[in-house]
Write a protein that binds this ligand. Sequence first.
Ligand SMILES: [Zn+2]
Length: 138
Amino acid sequence: MINWYKFFMAGNATITIKNTKTGRHFTYNVKQSRWKDTWWVVLKQHQGPDLYIGSLTSKRFNITPKSVLGKNDVRWRGFNWVWWHLVYKRPLPEYVEIRHCNTCGRCGRELTRPDSIDRGYGPMCAELLGLSEFAIPH
Ligand SMILES: [Zn+2]
């Protein structure tokens, strides 16, 4: 069992958070700054650039002038909510799942979608290997 608090703080962690109630999932990278007491949080998008969304300092997730998302954005609030639970050691409800990133067993690309992480291959590679549930049987 992973200690998620330690994992978030480890230095360069990529994390996917999934809400199984809504089916939504978001991927974040948490990187320690060179000042060591601050971590930068970046939202990783499947399409489009990574978005800097805030910093972790003294266990608090903060908006800074360069944050691209506001506190009302579900992608900011989702991270903040999970982080709060980890800091205060509150159990996460069963419908919230956290995964660390994985790389595709075929092409080595980073996997961030929960189903791809669990399968070990990206959607294209899974299909090429005949492992996708959507693949047409030969
Ligand atoms: Zn692949």
